[in-house]
Design a protein around this ligand. Structure first.
Ligand code: ZN
Length: 258
């Protein structure tokens, strides 16, 4: 890239050194990586899905139980986009680093499965996934793909073929616990890593925002790549307030030497 500043180029070289030296690297990703693939940021006030709806009203577990139709109306624009979105240069760069042994774990707040589609293998989806739905009555799990078309075209609420109950996307709603098995794995990964790289997360949503602290407590290095400042900027070894799609591919090329 020609438009990166001298200072940014220097920081990229430092990041490359830290990544090469590290034995166990955990990457934590948030909405800022997927907005470059056209996925709206759930929480962004500009054009975000929150703008027209009160999130606590539509996207809470309690209201889903009473008004699933409101939830599905709200999530329709996201479901619409999911068919067309593709992993971007940042997802692909992280997957290349993982496959070459430079990243051990990807923890993501995103529910779009773009890391897996890019080729990442050890992905912990702490906020769940839109890829599957679970029946709220009999807990039957199904693939979302089979229900997207009727939802988009007719606004049909997905229902369980076994018992007729409402199907809920396997994403974590307000008032809902994080998937405990995945959360414990994420905690363990953070406690044992020697490098944590935060990519496209402003670290505002608890409890995930606290994960880098677990890594820092054990003496891990911290690299932050996010447009906005975070509460951990003061603790980071390196900070990039640039677009992840500009920085990650450059770092990847230099770490891998091609
Ligand atoms: Zn059912």
């Amino acid at each position: 890239m020609t438009d990166l500043s001298e200072q940014t180029r220097f920081k990229i070289l430092c990041a490359v050194d830290i990544i090469r030296m590290s034995k166990d690297t955990v990457v934590l990703t948030g909405a800022g990586i997927s907005t470059h693939s056209g996925i709206p940021d759930f929480r962004s006030t500009e054009g975000g899905l929150w703008e027209r709806y009160d999130p606590y009203e539509v996207a809470s577990l309690a209201s889903f139980r009473y008004h699933p139709e409101k939830f599905y109306q709200w999530i329709r624009p996201l479901a619409q986009g999911l068919d067309q979105v593709k992993p971007n240069a940042a997802h692909l760069g992280l997957a290349r680093l993982e496959n070459a042994g430079f990243i051990q774990t990807v923890i993501t707040q995103n529910v779009d499965a773009l890391h897996q589609r890019a080729g990442s293998k050890n992905v912990l989806e702490v906020h769940g996934t839109l890829e599957t739905l679970t029946c709220v009555s009999c807990f039957q799990k199904v693939n979302t793909q089979n229900y997207i078309k009727p939802l988009l075209e007719e606004g049909t609420i997905p229902r369980c073929a076994v018992c007729g109950g409402i199907l809920k996307p396997d994403v974590v709603l307000y008032g809902e616990e994080l998937p405990v098995g995945i959360w414990l794995k994420a905690l363990d990964a953070c406690k044992q890593c020697d490098l944590m790289i935060v990519v496209g997360s402003s670290l505002e949503v608890l409890p995930v925002a606290g994960l880098p602290m677990r890594a820092l407590e054990r003496g891990a290095h911290l690299i932050l790549i996010n447009r906005m400042a975070t509460y951990l900027d003061v603790r980071a070894d390196l900070i990039f307030h640039e677009d992840v799609v500009e920085i990650i591919p450059e770092i990847t090329k230099k770490v891998l030497g091609n």
